[in-house]
Design a binder for this molecule. Sequence first.
Ligand SMILES: [Zn+2]
Length: 450
Amino acid sequence: MKRFIAGLAASILLWAQPAYAQSILRDAETEAMFNDMSRPLIIAAGLSPRNVRVVLINDDSINAFVAGGQTVYVHSGLIQAADNANEVQGVIAHELGHIADGHVVLQSDGARPAMGISILSMVLGLAAIAAGAGEAGMGIMQAGQQAAMGKFLSFTRVQESTADAAGAKYLNAAGISGRGMISFFKKLQNEEYAYGMGNIDPYAQSHPLSGQRVANLTHDLQMGPAWTAKPDLPLEERFKRVKAKLRGYVADPKTTMNIFPETDQSVYAHYARAYAWHKAGYPEKADAESAALLKADPHDPYFLEIRGQILLEAGKPAEALAPLREATNRSDNSPLIATTFGHALIATDDKANYPEAVKVLRQAVARDDQNPFAWYQLGTVYDRTGDQPRAMLATAEQASMNGNSPIAAYTARGAMAGLTPNSIDWIRAQDIAMTAQNDIDENPKKFKRR
Ligand SMILES: [Zn+2]
Protein backbone atom coordinates (compact mmCIF):
# COMPACT_ATOMS: atom_id res chain seq x y z
CA MET A 1 0.00 0.00 0.00
CA LYS A 2 2.80 2.31 0.87
CA ARG A 3 4.52 1.57 -2.41
CA PHE A 4 1.29 2.27 -4.23
CA ILE A 5 0.81 5.61 -2.53
CA ALA A 6 4.37 6.61 -3.28
CA GLY A 7 3.89 5.78 -6.96
CA LEU A 8 0.64 7.66 -7.09
CA ALA A 9 2.14 10.65 -5.35
CA ALA A 10 4.94 10.75 -7.86
CA SER A 11 2.48 10.86 -10.73
CA ILE A 12 0.42 13.56 -9.05
CA LEU A 13 3.63 15.48 -8.65
CA LEU A 14 4.46 15.28 -12.35
CA TRP A 15 1.01 16.33 -13.27
CA ALA A 16 0.80 19.19 -10.81
CA GLN A 17 4.29 20.61 -11.14
CA PRO A 18 5.95 19.95 -14.47
CA ALA A 19 9.00 22.06 -13.70
CA TYR A 20 9.50 21.32 -10.08
CA ALA A 21 11.40 24.12 -8.49
CA GLN A 22 9.97 24.41 -5.04
CA SER A 23 12.09 25.48 -2.18
CA ILE A 24 11.78 26.45 1.41
CA LEU A 25 12.32 30.13 2.03
CA ARG A 26 13.93 31.15 5.26
CA ASP A 27 13.58 34.66 6.59
CA ALA A 28 13.97 35.71 10.21
CA GLU A 29 11.17 38.28 10.21
CA THR A 30 8.69 35.98 8.44
CA GLU A 31 9.46 33.07 10.77
CA ALA A 32 9.09 35.27 13.86
CA MET A 33 5.71 36.43 12.56
CA PHE A 34 4.58 32.88 11.81
CA ASN A 35 5.63 31.81 15.31
CA ASP A 36 3.75 34.62 17.00
CA MET A 37 0.61 34.37 14.89
CA SER A 38 0.34 30.59 15.28
CA ARG A 39 1.42 30.15 18.93
CA PRO A 40 -2.03 30.72 20.53
CA LEU A 41 -3.62 28.44 17.93
CA ILE A 42 -1.05 25.70 18.48
CA ILE A 43 -1.67 25.83 22.23
CA ALA A 44 -5.45 25.79 21.65
CA ALA A 45 -4.93 22.67 19.50
CA GLY A 46 -3.26 20.94 22.44
CA LEU A 47 0.07 20.87 20.61
CA SER A 48 3.41 22.28 21.67
CA PRO A 49 4.76 25.46 20.04
CA ARG A 50 8.19 23.85 20.39
CA ASN A 51 7.23 21.07 18.01
CA VAL A 52 5.01 22.77 15.47
CA ARG A 53 6.62 24.76 12.70
CA VAL A 54 5.09 26.97 10.06
CA VAL A 55 7.35 26.91 7.02
CA LEU A 56 7.30 29.18 3.99
CA ILE A 57 7.59 27.61 0.53
CA ASN A 58 8.64 29.63 -2.49
CA ASP A 59 5.70 28.99 -4.79
CA ASP A 60 3.31 31.45 -6.41
CA SER A 61 0.23 29.26 -6.17
CA ILE A 62 -2.21 29.74 -3.31
CA ASN A 63 -1.68 26.74 -1.10
CA ALA A 64 -1.02 25.50 2.40
CA PHE A 65 -0.69 21.90 3.48
CA VAL A 66 0.52 19.45 6.03
CA ALA A 67 2.52 16.37 5.10
CA GLY A 68 2.94 14.31 8.21
CA GLY A 69 4.79 15.47 11.26
CA GLN A 70 3.88 18.79 12.82
CA THR A 71 4.82 21.22 10.09
CA VAL A 72 2.42 23.52 8.31
CA TYR A 73 3.68 24.54 4.87
CA VAL A 74 2.49 27.87 3.52
CA HIS A 75 3.15 28.97 -0.05
CA SER A 76 4.44 32.49 -0.66
CA GLY A 77 1.49 32.80 -3.08
CA LEU A 78 -0.91 32.38 -0.19
CA ILE A 79 0.71 35.27 1.67
CA GLN A 80 0.30 37.44 -1.43
CA ALA A 81 -3.35 36.39 -1.80
CA ALA A 82 -4.15 37.10 1.85
CA ASP A 83 -5.35 40.59 2.73
CA ASN A 84 -4.36 40.41 6.37
CA ALA A 85 -2.73 38.33 9.09
CA ASN A 86 -6.11 37.20 10.38
CA GLU A 87 -6.78 35.39 7.09
CA VAL A 88 -3.47 33.54 7.37
CA GLN A 89 -4.35 32.61 10.93
CA GLY A 90 -7.59 31.10 9.64
CA VAL A 91 -5.65 28.95 7.20
CA ILE A 92 -3.14 27.90 9.87
CA ALA A 93 -6.00 27.03 12.25
CA HIS A 94 -7.48 24.73 9.59
CA GLU A 95 -4.12 23.05 8.89
CA LEU A 96 -3.55 22.57 12.63
CA GLY A 97 -6.89 20.79 12.63
CA HIS A 98 -5.43 18.27 10.18
CA ILE A 99 -2.36 17.81 12.38
CA ALA A 100 -4.19 17.51 15.69
CA ASP A 101 -6.65 15.01 14.21
CA GLY A 102 -3.81 12.99 12.69
CA HIS A 103 -5.16 13.19 9.17
CA VAL A 104 -1.86 12.68 7.45
CA VAL A 105 -0.24 9.66 8.95
CA LEU A 106 2.89 9.16 6.95
CA GLN A 107 6.17 7.83 8.15
CA SER A 108 9.28 9.19 6.61
CA ASP A 109 11.88 6.66 5.64
CA GLY A 110 14.87 6.58 7.91
CA ALA A 111 15.48 8.41 11.14
CA ARG A 112 16.08 11.78 9.57
CA PRO A 113 12.87 13.73 9.07
CA ALA A 114 12.38 14.07 5.34
CA MET A 115 11.84 17.79 5.63
CA GLY A 116 14.81 18.54 7.87
CA ILE A 117 16.38 20.57 5.13
CA SER A 118 16.43 24.25 4.56
CA ILE A 119 17.59 25.89 1.46
CA LEU A 120 17.19 29.53 0.62
CA SER A 121 17.57 32.52 2.83
CA MET A 122 15.97 35.64 1.47
CA VAL A 123 18.51 37.59 -0.60
CA LEU A 124 21.30 35.31 0.46
CA GLY A 125 19.79 32.38 -1.40
CA LEU A 126 21.99 32.58 -4.45
CA ALA A 127 25.13 33.08 -2.40
CA ALA A 128 24.24 30.04 -0.34
CA ILE A 129 23.86 27.89 -3.42
CA ALA A 130 27.12 29.18 -4.86
CA ALA A 131 28.80 28.36 -1.58
CA GLY A 132 27.71 24.76 -1.80
CA ALA A 133 24.99 24.88 0.80
CA GLY A 134 22.34 24.21 -1.78
CA GLU A 135 22.90 20.52 -2.31
CA ALA A 136 19.39 19.95 -1.19
CA GLY A 137 17.90 18.81 -4.46
CA MET A 138 16.95 15.53 -2.91
CA GLY A 139 15.30 17.35 -0.05
CA ILE A 140 13.37 19.48 -2.46
CA MET A 141 12.07 16.43 -4.28
CA GLN A 142 11.05 14.89 -0.99
CA ALA A 143 9.19 18.07 -0.14
CA GLY A 144 7.44 17.90 -3.47
CA GLN A 145 6.46 14.29 -3.10
CA GLN A 146 5.22 14.91 0.38
CA ALA A 147 3.23 17.86 -0.86
CA ALA A 148 1.62 15.68 -3.47
CA MET A 149 0.96 13.00 -0.90
CA GLY A 150 -0.49 15.56 1.45
CA LYS A 151 -2.86 16.62 -1.29
CA PHE A 152 -3.84 13.05 -2.04
CA LEU A 153 -4.39 12.09 1.55
CA SER A 154 -6.30 15.15 2.60
CA PHE A 155 -8.81 14.76 -0.15
CA THR A 156 -11.82 13.58 1.74
CA ARG A 157 -14.64 15.88 2.60
CA VAL A 158 -14.98 14.47 6.06
CA GLN A 159 -11.42 15.39 6.93
CA GLU A 160 -11.93 18.89 5.56
CA SER A 161 -15.05 19.41 7.63
CA THR A 162 -13.43 18.16 10.80
CA ALA A 163 -10.35 20.32 10.18
CA ASP A 164 -12.67 23.30 9.71
CA ALA A 165 -14.51 22.57 12.93
CA ALA A 166 -11.24 22.06 14.79
CA GLY A 167 -9.81 25.27 13.32
CA ALA A 168 -12.91 27.21 14.38
CA LYS A 169 -12.54 25.78 17.89
CA TYR A 170 -8.88 26.86 18.10
CA LEU A 171 -9.66 30.37 16.87
CA ASN A 172 -12.36 30.75 19.49
CA ALA A 173 -10.19 29.33 22.27
CA ALA A 174 -7.36 31.68 21.29
CA GLY A 175 -9.66 34.70 21.15
CA ILE A 176 -8.88 35.25 17.47
CA SER A 177 -11.74 36.22 15.16
CA GLY A 178 -12.72 33.77 12.45
CA ARG A 179 -13.63 36.57 10.04
CA GLY A 180 -10.32 36.07 8.24
CA MET A 181 -10.89 32.33 7.84
CA ILE A 182 -14.27 32.98 6.24
CA SER A 183 -13.11 35.82 4.00
CA PHE A 184 -10.13 33.81 2.78
CA PHE A 185 -12.17 30.70 2.05
CA LYS A 186 -14.74 32.82 0.21
CA LYS A 187 -11.93 34.32 -1.82
CA LEU A 188 -10.78 30.82 -2.79
CA GLN A 189 -14.31 29.83 -3.66
CA ASN A 190 -14.56 32.81 -6.02
CA GLU A 191 -11.30 31.82 -7.67
CA GLU A 192 -12.51 28.30 -8.10
CA TYR A 193 -15.64 29.65 -9.73
CA ALA A 194 -13.73 32.14 -11.90
CA TYR A 195 -11.29 29.59 -13.24
CA GLY A 196 -13.83 26.84 -13.74
CA MET A 197 -13.24 23.20 -13.08
CA GLY A 198 -10.33 22.84 -15.48
CA ASN A 199 -8.01 25.11 -13.59
CA ILE A 200 -8.69 24.77 -9.91
CA ASP A 201 -6.33 26.31 -7.48
CA PRO A 202 -4.17 23.82 -5.58
CA TYR A 203 -5.69 24.88 -2.28
CA ALA A 204 -9.11 24.00 -3.56
CA GLN A 205 -7.78 20.68 -4.82
CA SER A 206 -6.43 19.69 -1.45
CA HIS A 207 -9.20 21.36 0.51
CA PRO A 208 -12.40 21.08 -1.56
CA LEU A 209 -14.58 24.08 -0.78
CA SER A 210 -18.23 23.33 -1.10
CA GLY A 211 -20.83 25.99 -0.39
CA GLN A 212 -22.13 23.78 2.39
CA ARG A 213 -18.69 23.62 3.97
CA VAL A 214 -18.31 27.39 4.04
CA ALA A 215 -21.85 27.79 5.35
CA ASN A 216 -21.20 25.36 8.21
CA LEU A 217 -17.95 27.04 9.07
CA THR A 218 -19.52 30.50 9.02
CA HIS A 219 -22.22 29.31 11.37
CA ASP A 220 -19.68 27.76 13.79
CA LEU A 221 -17.55 30.87 13.85
CA GLN A 222 -20.33 33.42 14.15
CA MET A 223 -21.76 31.58 17.13
CA GLY A 224 -18.40 31.57 18.86
CA PRO A 225 -17.16 34.10 21.43
CA ALA A 226 -14.24 35.41 19.34
CA TRP A 227 -16.15 36.47 16.23
CA THR A 228 -16.14 40.13 17.26
CA ALA A 229 -12.59 40.04 18.66
CA LYS A 230 -10.60 43.08 17.57
CA PRO A 231 -7.74 42.68 15.09
CA ASP A 232 -4.23 42.42 16.51
CA LEU A 233 -2.91 45.68 15.08
CA PRO A 234 0.84 45.13 15.69
CA LEU A 235 0.53 41.69 14.06
CA GLU A 236 -1.33 43.17 11.10
CA GLU A 237 1.47 45.72 10.68
CA ARG A 238 4.08 42.97 10.71
CA PHE A 239 2.08 41.08 8.11
CA LYS A 240 2.04 44.07 5.74
CA ARG A 241 5.80 44.35 5.98
CA VAL A 242 6.37 40.64 5.41
CA LYS A 243 3.98 40.62 2.46
CA ALA A 244 5.80 43.56 0.87
CA LYS A 245 9.31 42.18 1.35
CA LEU A 246 8.23 38.77 0.10
CA ARG A 247 6.73 40.40 -2.97
CA GLY A 248 10.06 42.11 -3.62
CA TYR A 249 11.99 38.90 -3.12
CA VAL A 250 9.75 36.49 -5.02
CA ALA A 251 8.16 38.55 -7.81
CA ASP A 252 9.70 39.72 -11.04
CA PRO A 253 11.27 43.16 -10.31
CA LYS A 254 9.05 44.79 -12.95
CA THR A 255 5.93 43.53 -11.20
CA THR A 256 7.21 44.84 -7.88
CA MET A 257 7.90 48.25 -9.41
CA ASN A 258 4.36 48.35 -10.82
CA ILE A 259 2.84 47.61 -7.46
CA PHE A 260 5.27 49.83 -5.58
CA PRO A 261 6.28 52.65 -7.95
CA GLU A 262 9.02 54.98 -6.78
CA THR A 263 6.46 57.66 -5.99
CA ASP A 264 5.30 55.39 -3.16
CA GLN A 265 7.43 56.38 -0.15
CA SER A 266 5.77 54.05 2.36
CA VAL A 267 7.88 51.67 4.41
CA TYR A 268 6.29 48.73 2.56
CA ALA A 269 7.28 50.18 -0.81
CA HIS A 270 10.86 50.82 0.30
CA TYR A 271 11.02 47.30 1.68
CA ALA A 272 9.69 45.67 -1.51
CA ARG A 273 11.93 47.79 -3.74
CA ALA A 274 15.04 47.08 -1.66
CA TYR A 275 14.66 43.40 -2.53
CA ALA A 276 13.55 44.08 -6.10
CA TRP A 277 16.52 46.33 -6.90
CA HIS A 278 18.87 43.92 -5.26
CA LYS A 279 17.46 41.07 -7.27
CA ALA A 280 17.62 43.08 -10.49
CA GLY A 281 21.30 43.80 -9.89
CA TYR A 282 21.19 47.45 -8.82
CA PRO A 283 23.08 47.45 -5.50
CA GLU A 284 23.17 51.24 -5.19
CA LYS A 285 19.42 51.61 -5.65
CA ALA A 286 18.85 48.73 -3.23
CA ASP A 287 21.16 50.40 -0.75
CA ALA A 288 19.23 53.69 -1.05
CA GLU A 289 15.97 51.86 -0.26
CA SER A 290 17.52 50.22 2.79
CA ALA A 291 18.80 53.64 3.91
CA ALA A 292 15.25 54.99 3.60
CA LEU A 293 14.00 52.13 5.76
CA LEU A 294 16.57 52.89 8.44
CA LYS A 295 15.63 56.55 8.32
CA ALA A 296 12.11 55.49 9.25
CA ASP A 297 13.40 53.28 12.09
CA PRO A 298 17.18 53.28 12.68
CA HIS A 299 17.11 50.31 15.07
CA ASP A 300 14.66 47.94 13.43
CA PRO A 301 16.51 44.60 13.38
CA TYR A 302 15.13 43.55 10.01
CA PHE A 303 15.89 46.87 8.33
CA LEU A 304 19.42 46.54 9.71
CA GLU A 305 19.53 42.98 8.39
CA ILE A 306 18.62 43.93 4.81
CA ARG A 307 21.07 46.84 4.91
CA GLY A 308 23.83 44.50 6.05
CA GLN A 309 22.95 41.86 3.46
CA ILE A 310 23.04 44.38 0.64
CA LEU A 311 26.42 45.77 1.77
CA LEU A 312 27.82 42.28 2.22
CA GLU A 313 26.79 41.17 -1.23
CA ALA A 314 28.01 44.43 -2.74
CA GLY A 315 31.47 43.37 -1.58
CA LYS A 316 31.60 45.68 1.45
CA PRO A 317 31.70 43.20 4.35
CA ALA A 318 33.47 45.59 6.75
CA GLU A 319 30.65 48.12 6.35
CA ALA A 320 28.08 45.37 6.84
CA LEU A 321 29.40 44.44 10.29
CA ALA A 322 27.84 47.28 12.31
CA PRO A 323 24.28 46.88 10.99
CA LEU A 324 24.46 43.08 11.17
CA ARG A 325 25.89 43.06 14.70
CA GLU A 326 23.08 45.35 15.88
CA ALA A 327 20.49 43.32 13.96
CA THR A 328 21.74 40.16 15.65
CA ASN A 329 21.55 41.74 19.11
CA ARG A 330 18.17 43.35 18.58
CA SER A 331 16.61 40.17 17.19
CA ASP A 332 17.58 38.22 20.33
CA ASN A 333 20.32 36.47 18.35
CA SER A 334 18.09 35.27 15.54
CA PRO A 335 20.06 32.33 14.10
CA LEU A 336 19.42 33.37 10.50
CA ILE A 337 20.63 36.94 11.07
CA ALA A 338 23.57 35.70 13.14
CA THR A 339 24.55 33.48 10.21
CA THR A 340 24.67 36.47 7.88
CA PHE A 341 26.70 38.34 10.51
CA GLY A 342 29.11 35.41 10.79
CA HIS A 343 29.38 35.28 7.01
CA ALA A 344 30.25 39.01 6.94
CA LEU A 345 32.87 38.60 9.67
CA ILE A 346 34.55 35.85 7.65
CA ALA A 347 34.25 37.81 4.41
CA THR A 348 36.36 40.65 5.86
CA ASP A 349 39.35 38.25 5.61
CA ASP A 350 40.52 39.82 8.86
CA LYS A 351 41.85 37.25 11.35
CA ALA A 352 40.83 39.50 14.23
CA ASN A 353 37.18 38.88 13.29
CA TYR A 354 37.35 35.08 13.26
CA PRO A 355 36.84 34.41 16.99
CA GLU A 356 33.62 36.46 16.94
CA ALA A 357 32.54 34.57 13.81
CA VAL A 358 33.04 31.24 15.59
CA LYS A 359 31.05 32.49 18.56
CA VAL A 360 28.01 33.78 16.65
CA LEU A 361 27.92 30.81 14.25
CA ARG A 362 28.13 28.30 17.09
CA GLN A 363 25.17 30.02 18.73
CA ALA A 364 23.31 29.98 15.42
CA VAL A 365 23.73 26.24 14.80
CA ALA A 366 22.84 25.46 18.40
CA ARG A 367 19.50 27.22 18.03
CA ASP A 368 18.60 26.30 14.46
CA ASP A 369 18.84 22.70 13.31
CA GLN A 370 17.83 23.45 9.73
CA ASN A 371 20.57 25.78 8.62
CA PRO A 372 23.23 24.08 6.48
CA PHE A 373 24.58 27.46 5.40
CA ALA A 374 25.52 28.28 9.02
CA TRP A 375 27.44 24.98 9.20
CA TYR A 376 29.14 25.82 5.94
CA GLN A 377 30.29 29.18 7.35
CA LEU A 378 31.40 27.60 10.61
CA GLY A 379 33.42 25.04 8.67
CA THR A 380 35.04 27.85 6.71
CA VAL A 381 36.13 29.78 9.77
CA TYR A 382 37.45 26.64 11.51
CA ASP A 383 39.40 25.85 8.38
CA ARG A 384 40.90 29.35 8.30
CA THR A 385 41.89 29.20 11.95
CA GLY A 386 43.61 25.84 11.40
CA ASP A 387 41.07 23.74 13.31
CA GLN A 388 40.78 20.97 10.71
CA PRO A 389 38.91 18.41 12.83
CA ARG A 390 36.13 20.88 13.64
CA ALA A 391 36.08 22.06 10.03
CA MET A 392 35.43 18.44 9.02
CA LEU A 393 32.79 18.05 11.70
CA ALA A 394 31.01 21.15 10.38
CA THR A 395 31.13 19.73 6.85
CA ALA A 396 29.71 16.48 8.21
CA GLU A 397 26.85 18.36 9.89
CA GLN A 398 26.11 20.25 6.68
CA ALA A 399 26.20 17.08 4.55
CA SER A 400 24.03 15.21 7.01
CA MET A 401 21.46 18.02 6.93
CA ASN A 402 21.46 17.97 3.13
CA GLY A 403 20.94 14.20 3.07
CA ASN A 404 24.38 13.53 1.59
CA SER A 405 25.25 10.51 3.70
CA PRO A 406 28.46 9.45 1.87
CA ILE A 407 30.09 12.84 2.46
CA ALA A 408 28.69 12.99 6.01
CA ALA A 409 30.14 9.58 6.88
CA TYR A 410 33.53 10.31 5.33
CA THR A 411 34.01 13.73 6.94
CA ALA A 412 32.62 12.65 10.32
CA ARG A 413 35.22 9.85 10.45
CA GLY A 414 37.89 12.34 9.45
CA ALA A 415 36.80 14.62 12.29
CA MET A 416 36.89 11.76 14.80
CA ALA A 417 40.48 11.00 13.86
CA GLY A 418 41.55 14.50 14.92
CA LEU A 419 39.32 15.14 17.93
CA THR A 420 39.92 14.10 21.53
CA PRO A 421 38.22 10.71 21.96
CA ASN A 422 34.98 10.90 23.97
CA SER A 423 34.87 14.70 23.88
CA ILE A 424 31.47 16.23 23.07
CA ASP A 425 32.50 16.98 19.47
CA TRP A 426 33.98 13.48 19.02
CA ILE A 427 30.75 11.87 20.22
CA ARG A 428 28.76 14.07 17.87
CA ALA A 429 31.02 13.06 14.96
CA GLN A 430 30.53 9.41 15.87
CA ASP A 431 26.75 9.88 15.89
CA ILE A 432 26.81 11.43 12.44
CA ALA A 433 29.13 8.74 11.08
CA MET A 434 26.89 5.95 12.40
CA THR A 435 23.62 7.52 11.23
CA ALA A 436 25.06 8.26 7.79
CA GLN A 437 26.47 4.73 7.46
CA ASN A 438 23.10 3.24 8.42
CA ASP A 439 21.41 5.37 5.80
CA ILE A 440 23.91 4.17 3.16
CA ASP A 441 23.49 0.53 4.20
CA GLU A 442 19.69 0.71 4.21
CA ASN A 443 19.39 2.57 0.91
CA PRO A 444 22.06 1.09 -1.34
CA LYS A 445 20.26 2.24 -4.50
CA LYS A 446 20.01 5.84 -3.37
CA PHE A 447 23.75 6.22 -3.04
CA LYS A 448 24.88 3.97 -5.88
CA ARG A 449 27.73 5.51 -7.78
CA ARG A 450 26.82 6.53 -11.27
ZN1 LIG B 1 -7.61 20.94 4.59
